[in-house]
Design a protein around this ligand. Structure first.
Ligand SMILES: [Mg+2]
Length: 361
């Protein structure tokens, strides 16, 4: 982050935008008859498929993302399953972010359906920021028929929790000075940076809300979460988060993986899978104007154990064939180290850099 006077940090105004049930919302636009039905975008309910997105109708049955499709079907016998169409979602997503940039030019996309907006660049007060966020919601809806929830505050951590506060379609503004009291009642696991392990330790120590983490005496904090992580999380719990927008490396990594219907041993089939995934990654990199320097391959064996192998290059690439070639080589190496049938393979690219940013320098 560039150096600047301390006042620029305290006067940041950041928004977090999150499209509502994005994949499902796109499918509903493509086929309006789905609108009134419980809908799951995901894998095969009779295989090992997982829910990618459930629409709000499906959520009434307790269906949510990351749940197995088989479980979704148990919860609602008449749920409609649709396979994900990623290239379609990318098109909608691009249209959304172009529209957003028409209102707030500086944006850090953290996914197809979410990202941070540098509202402070175009609004001086929280009142203006609210008007701007409303304008973003209106323009996105007008341009794409998609709805989004937005949170606005002085930091990423508060904006993120605020955007999740009134879903779907809500707007939550937490002005300077109100961050800690806004965060206070939320469950500790809602705080970005609190993983399952930290959550377990905190809850075991009686810390169940963000507010109780914020108020935890130093000795107690050190006992529950030793090291700098505890201090950092406590700061966040108090609404203090100095992270600005990350415009250089927009995301740490992107990856695609596939769980097979049947366990696979055939090398040619595995290579074909990897090459297909590499093409998808490549498409995504090109769509978002980025390259990656590290390619990795992930293997899950039939006993559920996981191996990953990666290789780094001197320069970033976005070419599907190149990524596929490297991914296949990594798979071969891993299978030489440990032969066996696989139930899943994946390809990832990290060390991402944006062309656009580079072009500006
Ligand atoms: Mg979303």
């Amino acid at each position: 982050m560039p150096e600047g006077p301390a006042s620029t940090l305290s006067s940041m105004i950041i928004a977090h935008l999150d499209l509502d049930a994005f994949f499902a919302a796109v499918e509903e636009l493509e086929d309006p008859t789905l609108r009134t039905k419980p809908l799951v975008v995901g894998g095969d309910p009779h295989g090992r498929g997982v829910v990618a997105t459930a629409n709000y109708e499906a959520r009434k049955f307790g269906i949510h993302s990351a749940m197995s499709c088989a479980e979704a079907l148990r919860r609602c016998r008449h749920v409609v399953f649709v396979r994900p169409r990623h290239s379609l979602y990318r098109e909608y997503s691009q249209h959304v972010w172009e529209t957003v940039r028409g209102v707030v030019p500086t944006v850090e996309r953290t996914g197809l359906d979410e990202g941070y907006l540098d509202v402070g660049e175009v609004a001086a007060t929280f009142l203006q920021a609210r008007k701007l966020a409303e304008a973003v919601q209106t323009s996105v809806r007008a341009a794409t028929s998609l709805t989004c929830a937005i949170g606005v505050s002085t930091s990423k951590v508060v904006a993120k929790i605020a955007s999740d506060h009134r879903k779907p379609g809500g707007l939550t503004v937490v002005p300077e000075g109100h961050e800690a009291s806004f965060l206070s009642p939320f469950d500790i696991r809602r705080l970005p940076g609190v993983g399952p392990k930290a959550e377990q330790r905190l809850v075991a120590g009686g810390v169940e809300t963000i507010g109780s983490l914020a108020a935890l005496p130093e000795g107690e904090l050190r006992r529950l979460l030793p090291g700098s992580v505890g201090r950092m999380l406590q700061e966040r719990a108090r609404g203090i988060d100095p992270r600005g927008l990350d415009l250089q490396t927009q995301r740490i990594s992107i990856s695609v993986e596939n769980t097979f219907e049947r366990d696979l041993t055939d090398r040619a089939q595995l290579h074909a899978e990897l090459r297909r995934m590499a093409e998808r990654l490549s498409q995504h990199l090109r769509d978002t104007g980025r390259t990656g320097r590290t390619v990795s391959t992930k293997l899950r064996y039939t006993d559920f154990s996981i191996r990953t192998r990666s290789t780094s290059l001197r320069v970033g690439i976005d070419d599907g064939e190149q990524i596929g070639e490297l991914a296949c080589g990594l798979l071969d190496r891993a299978l030489t180290d440990r032969p066996g049938a696989l139930r899943l393979v994946g390809v990832g690219v990290s060390g991402l850099a944006s062309h656009r940013q580079l072009a500006l320098v």
